[in-house]
Design a protein around this ligand. Sequence first.
Ligand code: B4P
Length: 190
Amino acid sequence: MRLVFLGPPGSGKGTQAARLKEHLNVPHISTGDLLRAEVAAGTELGLKAKEVMARGDLVSDDILLGMLESRLGQPDVASGFILDGYPRNLAQAAALGELLNKIGQPLDVAVQMAVGTDLLVERIAGRAKAEGREDDTPEAVRKRLQVYEDSTAPVIGFYGKQDKLARVDGVGSMDEVFDRIVKAIGEYAS
Ligand code: B4P
């Protein structure tokens, strides 16, 4: 199955994608994780991305597309994939569509994780305490939520028009949300 996760920061994309990967037996590709690995390794790309991420902005579309193209070119993707954190704007959504057509792996479904803002802020505050991620400061979180509203939310309509959108209520225990996702994507399986 070829699936993307859409949702605001803290909606559970990364959390659920990590679980769904075992269930579907496909790789989990998180653009946030790929970027954090570049930052940790101190690569040229990582140096460019570090400050942008820390303030809660989006890293440039060119950098992301290059990174994704190279990841989607790897052989494990033949079984499908879960893409988490991409696309984050309409330009990325269009670029992804072209890339997937080129490699003959069209998307099956986009899963939209729906969670209200108060709960998002609460969850991220919890993670900030536990993990100390650089972009989980109150200021960066506010920025990330704004970027989501302005740039990422329109992507929901993009997939809605293609009849590829599954909306999932992301409020509840991790098990409850997981069960809802499995049920919602069932009808889109390729
Ligand atoms: P990401 O790594 O994608 O960060 P995120 O949006 O916060 O989501 P994440 O998956 O980590 O969190 P989750 O909701 O699972 O991106 C970070 C940055 O990288 C971006 O701001 C940007 O700068 C850059 N970037 C990434 N992709 C990009 C792109 N395509 N273009 C440009 N820039 C890009 O979980 C959050 C917390 O909630 C966790 O602590 C979890 O334990 C908790 N939680 C989850 N589900 C829960 C539940 N049901 N109940 C209680 N707690 C729950």
